[in-house]
Design a binder for this molecule. Sequence first.
Ligand code: ZN
Length: 81
Amino acid sequence: MSDKDPCDRCEELMQDFLDRTLTDLEWKEAEVHLTGCEYCARRYRFEETLRRYVKLSSVERMPPSLMAKLEELRGRDATAY
Ligand SMILES: [Zn+2]
């Protein structure tokens, strides 16, 4: 926890966090970070919403145009705060 940005670490854990496949220790680590870091909490909500959307629309592979749009939104979202 010294040489590494905790937000990078959190990003590493994010997908598994959403998949609920983390170990208890990793889960706790991500949860603590998300509770204290507004940036990652927002990113988590974004990823969660994205997953729900993908699931709802039953789209396995998003069209590149939509993907680009979402990336754009995410970028704006991340820099807005
Ligand atoms: Zn963070």
